[in-house]
Design a protein around this ligand. Structure first.
Ligand SMILES: *Cc1c(COP(=O)(O)O)cnc(C)c1O
Length: 389
């Protein structure tokens, strides 16, 4: 079946585009000599993990469930970072994760020794890390800035120095450091951030006991205008200077521009001259970042409002008045039954969707190089009912 016949609503992942991204990431890995992991919180379509693990070194997780998914479905390394772990889950985490990254010295003090013990039984070495906070904001989106004053994410240099001065054995428990501060950014922001890391944490990075540095995600490596040479040069210089293994864990860059959300126009209503298309897809349910970030998703064959002859507001079947995807224009008049293709919908879409208002979850399809679409998974009423009681 071709994409124009796929029942709506549907996420259709473009495997050719996905593989193109993976090839670029492999080139970066080879040129820089670093390891790259998939950040599953962005894209957890595990049907594609066999393809992804041909190119990347493994996966990273935000907690136990994603760590289990990575362990079960992805070959290679399995990492985890969470702001806090529960005592009842730490043994399972240690038994399936090669790197366990803590967010505070208190969590390290509480769980570090147990994690070390379990990892050693598995033959895993150098698997304990701490997230640091470079306090270097390089972007505008407040909700995506872990470096803002008061942030809970990562230990500041001042807190690090204080903890280690009082308890030097805490530092001895660490095998690596982790920072994650970027969001959809170019390598110049990484270079700026790394300068802050060096300035604030350089003396710890130099220690022989620190074997790796994880530079997090938010690197838009596969975007057309991303400066990959700067990233490669930076990683190489960090490896040389500090004798560390470097990890990157992008989410978006893996599946950037590699999927569609296909929707159908169900009705058209007009109020005060605004013509609204009622779609069977919703921003609130199926692409929540459109409202959260917020942003206007790219739509195939459509322009800005007023740019082409026919302008419409795109909205959905939910009760939320503000469930508006954006205003778009088209060359021709839109009719009920027409299909729309939202672009760049592989990332932060299926991992974040919900059934608010009892909206149906879009089915998940994959599209091969020849444009042939295959159903991966379908959802129904039982999926809605199953998470309620
Ligand atoms: C979100 C996140 C990532 C992935 O970020 P992208 O913006 O999708 O590349 C990687 N590491 C950590 C710790 C994260 O929180």
């Amino acid at each position: 079946m071709k994409i124009d016949k796929v029942p709506t609503p549907a996420y259709v992942v473009d495997e050719q585009a996905l593989e193109k991204n993976l090839e670029i990431l492999q080139e970066v890995k080879d040129a820089a000599g670093c390891r790259i992991l998939l950040a599953q919180k962005c894209f957890s379509m595990f049907a594609e993990y066999p393809l992804i693990s041909k190119y990347l070194d493994g996966a990273t997780a935000s907690g136990l469930y994603e760590a289990r998914l990575g362990h079960e479905e992805m070959r290679g390394e399995n990492h985890v970072f969470s702001p806090a772990y529960r005592p009842e889950e730490i043994e399972e985490i240690a038994s399936i994760c090669d790197h366990v990254i803590f967010n505070s010295f208190a969590q390290l003090r509480r769980f570090g020794a147990r994690v070390r013990e379990i990892q050693q039984q598995r033959g895993v070495r150098q698997g304990i890390g701490l997230r640091i906070n470079p306090e270097c904001s390089t972007q505008e989106h407040g909700i995506y800035d872990p470096c803002a004053p008061g942030s809970r994410l990562g230990v500041t240099a001042e807190a690090f120095a204080r903890a280690v001065a009082g308890e030097p054995e805490l530092f001895e428990q660490l095998d690596g450091l982790h920072f994650h501060t970027l969001c959809e950014q170019d390598s110049d922001a990484l270079a700026e951030t790394f300068r802050a890391v060096e300035e604030r944490f350089g003396r710890w990075l130099e220690a022989d006991s620190v074997h790796w540095l994880n530079m997090g995600g938010g690197h838009h490596i596969t975007r057309k205008d991303y400066d990959r040479q700067l990233l490669i040069d930076l990683v190489k210089s960090v490896k040389d200077k500090y004798a560390v293994e470097v990890y990157l864990e992008p989410g978006e860059a893996v599946a950037l521009n590699a999927g569609y959300l296909v929707a159908e126009v169900m009705d058209i209503v007009e109020n005060h001259g605004v013509k609204t298309l009622i779609l069977d897809a919703s921003a609130a349910c199926h692409m929540p970042d459109v409202l959260e970030m917020p942003y206007r998703p790219p739509l195939k064959e459509a322009g800005e409002a007023g740019e082409k002859a026919y302008t419409y507001r795109l909205s959905s079947c939910t009760c939320l008045a503000g469930d508006i995807i954006g205003d778009y224009s088209f060359d021709r008049e839109i009719m009920p039954g027409d299909r729309l293709y939202f672009e760049d919908m592989a990332i932060y879409s299926m991992v974040k969707n919900n059934t608010f208002n009892g909206m149906a979850l879009p089915a998940i399809w994959k599209m091969d190089k020849a444009g042939v679409c295959t159903l991966v998974k379908q959802f129904g009423y039982e999926d809605f009912k199953g998470r309620l009681s």
